[in-house]
Write a protein that binds this ligand. Structure first.
Ligand code: ZN
Length: 55
């Protein structure tokens, strides 16, 4: 299974079929990527965790 890092365009390979919601790290640019769909495979840059939730 292969796809592309949406951030830097590097090839991202999976040894095993990923699961939706899985977080991986791009080996090229180090960005965190979330598997948003598995059929077809789609990944997106994982949103940064918001630590400030309120007022
Ligand atoms: Zn990348």
């Amino acid at each position: 299974m292969n796809t592309e890092c949406p951030e830097c365009g590097a090839a991202v390979a999976f040894d095993e079929a990923p699961m939706a919601g899985e977080i991986i790290e791009c080996e090229e640019c180090g960005v965190e990527l979330e598997v948003t769909a598995v059929n077809p495979l789609a990944i997106a840059v994982a949103p940064e965790v918001e630590e400030d939730w309120g007022e």
